[in-house]
Structure formats: structure tokens, C-alpha cells
Ligand binder design. Structure first.
Ligand code: ASP
Length: 465
């Protein structure tokens, strides 16, 4: 396909491309589509390269985008043409010598996107000028410099990206920035937060991860508030740890700062999707103020010392146990050469008897197996029931209240730190180095201080005087 043609039919391939060509239609044409399901009038939007080749995407005049399957389309009639503008007005980011310098490292996700109202196409907004154009408050907070490392949705982040991000973060710290902000898709932000917590230890400045559940053109977007609070926490906040800064309550009152090893995305669509698990959040942040809830955080320092250990052995996996699991699931991993397996077990850390022989075979093959919990809150306790004791005897190592994804990331990192030294790997796994295992959990931590429903908060406010 010539570059020109690619431009005319952005992202369309196979049967949908043929259909467009047959009726002389290009992207941005306004069309009347006669289909077996009725007529639709709308604008043909570009198709993402990774989407299937079976659907045309139409933006209807009421604002919704619909996918129309190519084989239901009888005729496409061109009735107009409206091309999208991919440019966000760039304004020069003003610098103020009294403001701290903050480096924003971009990896992608919704936070890096803005939807074009007229067309529904998602376009990137990333340079400082573009960010200033869309969130002018940022200039009052810090002197911002940006660097786009990747432009991916976060399901495409992985070990390769973790290593590059950890290295870049370490470099930015040494270059003298007073805070680091990392823009990231929300879906796997907690994996990356865990990776950075292990790979970039004891940073002298805050490393604040931020994303958004809704793109910045939508009235309900959380992008601006999240960015404002994240840059504040990075540039001015006292907590020098890897933190996730996202909406606290459902409404736009304040953000929470979650510790990178204790945080998880817990809802697919609400803005207050990130919750601290097994603890309370480290702090809250509202415009111009970081209020710590906890006392055990690491304070900001003037020096530039930081320990960067950007390593990861990819031969690790996370197995979500389910009743009825067969041993061949574990056997297959051992045969394929995996070196470490984290199990998310039921209850206090259980799996069925059926897989015991496979766990034994894994142990004999030198594969490290660790136990975490599907319940997410609470501790692995393998001494309570007979099952637990039996599993312990098979060499499975309990990981206290380390979250399953965090354990997976830590195991990959630990195997990278100590290649060929299983005892050292186990020692590292059993030592809490970034808050991934705690002494105890607050009994009400998952309800208190994590932002409630406004009516409930109001009610509680009246009762608690
Ligand atoms: N799928 C997106 C991502 O994780 C969602 C988001 O950015 O919030 O990259």
C-alpha cells in the first residue's frame, strides 16, 4: 500500500479496506451507510492498527462511535468530508526560577491522549507546550520538562520497558530534577509501580506515577486533577518514594498517594479506581498540600544518591489457582524452563491436593514457588489448616501479605539480582524492602481514608463530632 493510500484509509485492512475502496470512501468522509440493520449516518474514523479488519468505525452525530461489520453493509454513500485536527495549540511553558524542576516521563495510556471532539479520534498531548495548553495550572506548580519514552497502552508495558524506565528515572534523579512524574496507562500501573519500587530504591525525590481513567476532553475527565496533584506531590511533596497519585473519592475532591508496592487498580471504569490494599494510603494531596496519613514514609533528601538495579529474569509467572486445577499446569511451566512461580491461592494460601505432586516436581527441578492470596487483604497463614502445612512441606514459601502481582514482579527482579543463587533469591523475597510486606494490616484500612461515597462521608461527618 502506498503511503498516500495508507493515509486515506488509516488503519483499515482486508475486507473493510476493500469495502471503502469499492464505494470510493476514505477516512474522514461523512457517509450514509445502508446496512442490513438499517441506515446510519456518520463520519468514518481512523482504525487502530491493532483492531480487527472486519469493522468500520462510524462517529454518529449524537457523539457515539459504533463499529459496523463490513458484511452487513450494503452501500456507502459519501455526503461530506470533515478532517480531524491533530494539533493541540502549543503554548510556551513559562519557567519560574522559584518553582521546582520536574521531569515527566511518558509511557502512554489515556493520560497521554486527548479525544478530538469533532471526530472522536484519540490524539496525543504530550510536549510541555501541549500540556500547558491543556492544563495551564502546571506552570504555577513546577518547571516541567517532558520526555516520551513509549506511547503504549499499558497492557504493552513489560520487563523491557520497566528496565528502560528505571534507568531513565535514575538518570533524571542524577540530573538534579526535584521530582519525577511518570505518565502511564492505568490498567497495569500497579505492576510498573512495583517494578520501580524494587529497581529504583531509596530515591532522594518523589517518583509519582499518574494516569487517567477518562481522556482529557471529557467533562468527567480526571486527567487534569491527577496531573496537577501528581506534579505537586513530585515537585513539592515531602515523600521520596514510588507513589501512585490518582483520584481519592468518587468526586473530584482530592487525590491519594499510594505506596507503589501496596496499590492496585480495583475498578475497570470509576475514577477512584486505585486503592491501597493491606494498609492505608501514604497521604492525600489536594492543590497545594500533601497531608500524610502514615508515619513510616521516606523523606525527601538533598543528595542525589539512588540505587538503581534494573534487572529482570522473565522466566517467572503468576498462577491464579482455581478449584479443580490440574497438575499439568505447573508441570508445563517447569518443562518450559520457568525459574519462579507465584501462586495466588485461596483463603489463607491453599491449592488442591491434585497439584501437590507437580509442586514437588517443581521443587526438585529447582523452581522456586511462592504463595500469595487471592483475597488481597490479609496474610498467608499456612499453619492453620492441614492443607497449608502440607503445601509448606512441598517447599512452597509463604509471602505474608505481599500482593500477587507485586510478588510476581519482585520474583523476576530478585532472580535478576541474584542469578544462580536460589538461597539469596529466597532471602530477598522474604525481606520487605519497599513496604511490600507489613507487620500487620489496619482492620478498617480498606474502608477508612480511601474516599467514600459523598453522602456517606457527609453522614459520617455529622455523626463524628
Ligand atoms: N487501557 C489504558 C491503559 O492502561 C487505560 C488507561 O490508560 O487508563 O493504557
Amino acid at each position: 500500500m502506498s503511503p498516500k493510500e495508507k493515509d486515506l484509509h488509516q488503519g483499515y485492512r482486508g475486507p473493510t479496506l476493500e469495502l471503502l475502496k469499492r464505494f470510493g470512501i476514505t477516512v474522514w468522509c461523512e457517509v450514509r451507510a445502508r446496512t442490513t440493520r438499517g441506515d446510519f449516518v456518520g463520519l468514518i474514523l481512523p482504525r487502530s492498527e491493532t483492531s480487527d479488519d472486519l469493522h468500520l468505525v462510524l462517529k454518529l452525530s449524537i457523539g457515539y462511535n459504533i463499529g459496523v461489520r463490513h458484511d452487513t453493509i450494503l452501500e456507502l454513500e459519501k455526503i461530506g468530508f470533515r478532517e480531524a485536527h491533530y494539533q493541540i495549540p502549543e503554548k510556551e511553558f513559562p519557567t519560574d526560577p522559584t518553582n521546582p524542576s520536574v521531569k515527566l516521563l511518558g509511557t502512554g495510556g489515556t493520560i497521554a491522549s486527548r479525544l478530538d471532539y469533532r471526530t472522536g479520534a484519540v490524539i496525543p498531548a504530550f510536549s510541555p507546550g501541549e500540556l500547558y495548553g491543556s492544563v495551564p495550572e502546571l506552570a504555577d506548580i513546577c518547571n516541567l520538562e517532558t520526555e516520551k519514552l513509549f506511547g503504549v497502552f499499558s497492557e504493552n508495558m513489560g520487563p523491557e520497558q520497566y528496565l528502560a524506565l528505571a534507568e531513565k528515572t535514575g538518570e533524571a534523579i542524577q540530573e538534579g530534577y526535584e521530582g519525577i512524574v511518570i505518565g502511564h496507562g492505568t490498567d497495569t500501573m500497579h505492576h510498573t509501580a512495583a517494578a520501580l519500587s524494587f529497581m529504583v530504591q531509596k530515591p532522594p525525590v518523589p517518583i509519582v506515577m499518574v494516569g487517567s481513567q477518562r481522556s482529557s476532553d471529557r467533562p468527567s475527565s480526571d486527567a487534569a486533577q491527577n496531573l496537577i496533584n501528581a506534579t505537586w506531590a513530585a515537585g513539592h511533596g515531602p515523600i521520596a518514594e514510588v507513589l501512585v497519585c490518582m483520584f481519592g473519592p468518587t468526586s473530584d475532591l482530592y487525590n491519594l498517594l499510594h505506596r507503589g508496592t501496596r496499590v492496585r487498580k480495583m475498578h475497570s471504569s470509576v475514577r477512584s479506581t486505585f486503592r491501597t490494599l493491606g494498609d492505608i494510603p501514604v497521604a492525600m494531596v489536594e492543590r497545594g498540600k500533601v497531608t500524610p496519613f502514615k508515619e513510616d514514609w521516606l523523606p525527601r533528601r538533598e543528595d542525589r544518591e539512588v540505587t538503581v538495579q534494573a534487572v529482570f529474569d522473565e522466566r517467572v509467572t503468576l498462577v491464579y489457582y482455581y478449584p479443580g486445577m490440574h497438575p499439568d499446569v505447573i508441570d508445563a511451566l517447569v518443562e518450559k524452563g520457568y525459574r519462579g512461580i507465584v501462586i495466588a491461592g485461596t483463603g489463607l494460601g491453599h491449592v488442591n491436593r491434585l497439584i501437590y505432586p507437580a509442586l514437588e516436581r517443581a521443587r526438585d527441578a529447582g523452581v522456586q514457588v511462592y504463595m500469595t492470596l487471592q483475597t488481597l487483604w490479609g496474610f498467608v497463614q499456612m499453619n492453620v489448616y492441614e492443607t497449608g502445612r502440607e503445601i509448606l512441606e512441598l517447599g512452597v514459601v509463604p509471602l505474608a501479605n505481599m500482593l500477587p502481582e507485586v510478588a510476581y514482579i519482585k520474583l523476576g527482579w530478585a532472580l535478576g539480582v541474584h542469578p544462580g543463587d536460589p538461597a539469596a533469591v529466597k532471602g530477598l523475597m522474604m525481606t520487605s524492602i519497599a513496604g511490600e510486606m507489613t507487620e500487620g494490616e489496619p482492620h478498617d484500612g480498606y474502608l477508612i481514608l480511601q474516599g467514600g461515597i459523598p453522602e456517606v462521608q457527609d453522614f459520617l461527618g455529622k455523626v463524628w463530632r
